[in-house]
Design a protein around this ligand. Structure first.
Ligand SMILES: *[C@@H]1O[C@H](CO)[C@@H](O)[C@H](O)[C@H]1NC(C)=O
Ligand SMILES: *[C@@H]1O[C@H](CO)[C@@H](O)[C@H](O)[C@H]1NC(C)=O
Ligand SMILES: *[C@@H]1O[C@H](CO)[C@@H](O)[C@H](O)[C@H]1NC(C)=O
Length: 382
């Protein structure tokens, strides 16, 4: 009893202190009216690929969308990360595919298209640069003030590295470095283009450990437990450049604000300690065929295996996450601490005053700093 009272009063004091320390509270209706715009590849595609191609796409068919009873052109058994994130941001509208006619884009839209790349000319898709041009064509839908307050979420580059590795299986270290540099330079220029269109709040995800995707394990015959390290190395080299690049833009460009989500390690931790995160299977997919059930989910002529319980899988198909894991990612994006998203999480970024220079920046994390803080407190605390 005594200890309970103490706990209550300690919590009470804590709460009061917290309230006074943060003049900007973000609970409930205090979340400002903003929109969410997404750019990138299949992970953020809300149905654009389906609009762009005349052929039938696998993600338009069962079992895609099965947890929500209908395939919706999204790469998951149901909703994807931006759907959940939008809810946290109090956006009542659906994040619609921008390429679909007659949709309501007033609170944002998805410009992401499956197969998108930064470089090259992807087939029946759009590069990030083309997505941003599309946004500019539709720019009259939103006033400048809304654009400046709104969140621009970007996940792109995986297809560039998958394509590079397929075409250059024996690339040496310098060829890899040169490719990473051209990919990240292009990303930087594209972000500048978006900034020139009025965007000021950017959310960038680092690339997943691409060599650990079930499709990579399967295609490169890595065996049961191994990842294809060549792809992981490329992802790591890419990721190392993201934080410094965003820091540089925030210091050199007025009003530029950002968050970097450490998607690489969020995914890796779930694969390495799956039980801690309540996943039973993290190295093969729920839907598909092959050694890791990674190929052909939704394709009409493929007799895919489908797992019984999607929510215990990290991956739904060979390279996309289940709805369950995407919901987790959205919680981390919105509210996790610096170990996962820095220098601010989305909750903080959307209330951070427009035009206010950032005072905290992205800092590199060593594995020691990650593991020591993980033992001292909740690692991915909300
Ligand atoms: C679009 O959505 C907004 C916000 O929910 C709503 O106010 C508006 O009426 C909608 N526009 C149309 C044309 O339905
Ligand atoms: C894939 O790689 C090939 C060969 O390097 C290149 O010609 C092509 O443009 C790349 N495709 C994309 C979409 O980047
Ligand atoms: C996945 O990982 C588990 C646990 O490490 C292992 O037992 C299993 O063989 C792996 N399966 C595949 C398909 O890699």
């Amino acid at each position: 009893m005594v200890s309970k009272c103490n706990l209550v009063s300690v919590l009470g004091v804590f709460l009061v202190l917290t309230l006074f320390q943060n003049p900007i509270t973000v609970s409930g209706q205090n979340v400002p009216v903003v929109a969410l715009f997404t750019f990138g590849d299949s992970n953020l595609d809300a149905g654009n690929k389906q609009e762009l191609t005349k052929t039938l796409v696998a993600q338009g068919f069962w079992p895609y969308g099965k947890s929500r009873d209908k395939p919706n052109g999204k790469f998951s058994d149901g909703f994807i990360t931006p759907d959940f994130l939008a809810k946290s941001m109090r956006i009542v509208n659906e994040i619609v595919p921008a390429l679909k006619p007659n949709v309501n884009v007033s609170r944002g839209a998805s410009f992401a298209v499956a197969d998108a790349t930064l470089l090259g000319t992807p087939v029946e898709s759009l590069t990030l640069n083309q997505q941003i041009r599309k946004f500019n064509q539709m720019r009259a839908n939103w006033d400048d003030e809304l654009i400046r307050k709104s969140l621009f979420m970007i996940y792109i580059g995986a297809n560039d590295y998958l394509n590079f590795t397929k075409n250059n299986p024996n690339a040496d270290a310098s060829a890899q470095q040169a490719f990473v540099t051209s990919v990240t330079n292009k990303l930087k220029n594209d972000i500048k283009l978006l900034y020139a269109s009025g965007a000021s709040k950017f959310l960038i995800q680092t690339l997943a450990p691409l060599g650990c995707l079930p499709i990579s394990r399967q295609e490169y015959n890595t065996g049961l437990d191994q990842c294809y390290e060549k792809l992981n190395d490329l992802a790591k080299q890419h990721n190392e450049k993201i934080g410094p690049m965003m820091n540089e833009m925030a210091t050199s460009t007025p009003g530029f604000q950002f968050s970097v989500f450490d998607f690489y390690n969020v995914m890796l931790r779930r694969m390495q300690n799956n039980k801690d995160y309540r996943f039973f299977v993290t190295n093969s997919s729920c839907c598909g065929v092959g050694t890791h059930d990674a190929y052909g989910c939704g394709l009409p002529n493929v007799h895919s295996r489908l797992c019984d319980y999607q929510r215990s899988y990290l991956f739904f198909d060979g390279r996309h996450n289940t709805e369950k894991s995407q919901e987790m990612f959205s919680h981390l994006l919105f509210g996790a601490d610096q170990n996962v998203i820095q220098p601010m999480n989305v909750r903080e970024l959307v209330v951070y005053p427009v035009d206010e220079p950032m005072r905290d920046f992205w800092v590199p994390q060593t594995s020691e700093s990650v593991s020591s803080s993980s033992s001292s407190r909740g690692y991915e605390d909300l």
